[in-house]
Design a protein around this ligand. Structure first.
Ligand code: NAD
Length: 502
């Protein structure tokens, strides 16, 4: 039972209170494993956005003046509460997203990592100084929060992706408005409640539920200073252009098509295990999921055999049940789109060596697709070009390393890329030359820990400062450079040309 519902209708969290949205439009949130209704999410209006931004604006002066050490202590308490409510939070993630409980626990740990990183804000916010840059003149750089900032997030990591944004943003002194995915908005409700319990003042963190109208309301609002977005490529591009046109700072993390190059000098069984876990974990709905295997032809048959065997061993079902490996995809409409991609792959001439649609036949409820594998795919085919975001893996065969790199470079995406090799020399060459921002060497999901930037390239990212790590701190702060000079009589002049000349 979620306490902040009216009947089954969700509310918004504005200025520390739960408020009914000013809309009559609500969307159902089904459990993707059963189709059962969990709640109804409001498609809030621009009026709701304005109320949240006003609450955040009102909270900003006091919050930004609160010593950073005190702000960081709230993050420490929040981190403790997340651990305390670990089981309940993981269950909620599984209910609304469909991933299994172990995957939900893993998501929670990655989210907690962000609270831990943000708790180091007193160190992260330190500026720079250089005394005596000219005679009796000192220079220093100080960091300041931006004001009201906004986050817009996708369905696939309902707790973690929002936490790529608000722990850093608020601990750096900003106030925040979150627009969670309308498909998975429940986890953010608990996050808001726990932040309050941790002592966060009202208005510092706000949640407005909804879809396009809320997004556009945030993008157009003159009091929103920065927008952090994570989601699909076309929406990321739209957010980047619109936010920039409205004079806002923006980072937009987008879609992906992650290629994994398998060399003959690797343990093929081990590589297959790692790839299957990357491709089909979280039902392939991870922006770092393996979606294309680039296999050197001499080992491709053997590798595909192992990929099929490892996939056959996965148990599909409701993620709340013990032993389930593969949960459902998010919605029936998404499943339909994925089926269409499978048909298009077959029509284009790829060879469907494992058809996950057959596994789904035993599930009458829920939106299931078993591991699906294509052989003989090419970089020109739509199943290799487009992000499918489901348990569908395509194998492209190449003659060797150089042709493999070339196949990878044809992708318009550059989120992640991996190599499986026993050769340090090839691994190094791959890291240096591959056109992707996050690289794995014998690692299947090279998602950086929160202390590093989440650094997609090409059409997987729009902006300059990435999310997380030092980039995240940089994104949510602005710098002031101070040049000062004090005279013997105690008077200070700042920056005037006259005072610089002896
Ligand atoms: P999505 O783009 O459909 O939705 C993301 C957010 O944008 C949601 O809050 C949604 O309400 C909003 N939105 C959607 N369409 C909009 C429109 N036309 N105008 C304004 N707002 C709109 O993405 P999704 O399906 O929820 O999430 C999956 C996508 O997110 C995948 O493409 C995945 O690769 C990507 N993703 C990327 C990263 C990364 O780090 N690069 C991480 C996680 C997910």
């Amino acid at each position: 039972m979620i306490p902040t519902l009216i009947g089954d209708r969700m509310k918004n969290y504005i200025g520390g209170t739960w408020m009914e949205a000013k809309t009559e439009r609500y969307e159902d949130i089904p459990n993707p494993a059963t189709g059962e209704l969990l709640a109804k999410v409001p498609l809030s209006s621009k009026e709701d956005v304005d109320a949240a931004v006003q609450a955040a604006k009102a909270a900003f002066p006091a919050w930004s003046q609160t010593p950073v050490v005190d702000r960081a202590r709230i993050m420490f308490r929040f981190q403790q509460l997340l651990f305390q409510h670990q089981d309940e939070l993981a269950r909620m993630i599984t209910l609304e997203n469909g991933k299994n409980l172990a995957e939900a626990q893993a998501e929670l740990l990655r989210a907690i990592e962000m609270a831990e990183f943000a708790a180091g804000m007193p160190t992260l916010l330190m500026g720079e100084s250089l005394p005596n840059i000219a005679r009796d003149i000192d220079s220093e750089v100080r960091r300041f929060p931006l004001g009201v900032v906004a986050g817009i997030t996708p369905f696939n990591f309902p707790l973690m992706v929002p936490m790529w944004m608000y722990p850093i943003a608020i601990t750096a002194g900003n106030t925040f408005v979150l627009k969670p995915s309308e498909r998975t908005p429940l986890s953010s409700i608990r996050a808001a409640e726990l932040l309050k319990e941790a002592g966060l003042p009202d208005g510092v963190f706000n949640v407005v539920n909804g879809a396009h109208d809320v997004v556009n309301g945030l993008l157009e609002h003159p009091d929103v200073k920065a927008v952090s977005f994570v989601g699909s490529q076309p929406v990321a591009e739209y957010i980047y252009r619109t936010a920039a046109a409205n004079g806002k700072r923006v980072q937009a993390l987008a879609g992906a098509k992650n290629h994994h190059l398998v060399m003959p000098d690797t343990d093929l069984r081990r590589a297959a295990k790692t790839i299957v876990s990357s491709a089909f974990g979280c039902a392939g709905e991870r922006c770092m999921a393996a979606s294309v295997v680039v296999a050197v032809d001499s080992i491709a048959d053997e590798l595909i055999q192992y990929l099929i065997e490892e996939s056959d061993a996965l148990k599909m079902g409701n993620g709340l049940e013990a032993g389930v490996d593969l949960g459902p995809v998010i919605r029936p409409a998404h499943l339909e789109k994925v089926h269409d991609y499978i048909e298009r792959g077959v029509d284009a001439g790829a060879s469907l060596v494992r058809d996950g649609r057959k596994d789904a036949l035993q599930h009458r409820q829920g939106y299931f697709l078993g591991p699906t594998i294509f052989d003989q795919a090419t970089p020109e085919m739509v199943i290799v070009r487009d992000e499918i975001f489901a348990p569908v893996l395509s194998v492209v065969r190449v003659a060797g390393f150089e042709e493999g790199l070339e196949a990878i470079s044809k992708s318009r995406y550059g989120n992640g890329a991996c190599i499986y090799t026993g050769s340090g020399r090839l691994g190094r060459e791959f890291v240096q030359r591959v056109e992707a921002g996050m690289v794995g060497v014998n690692v299947g999901v090279p998602a950086p820990m929160g202390f590093f930037a989440f650094s997609g390239w090409k059409q997987s990212f729009y902006g300059d400062l990435h999310a997380n790590g030092k980039d995240g701190v940089e994104f949510f702060t602005k710098k002031k450079t101070v040049t000062s000079r004090w005279f013997d009589d105690g008077e200070m002049n700042i920056g005037s040309q006259k005072t610089f000349v002896k």
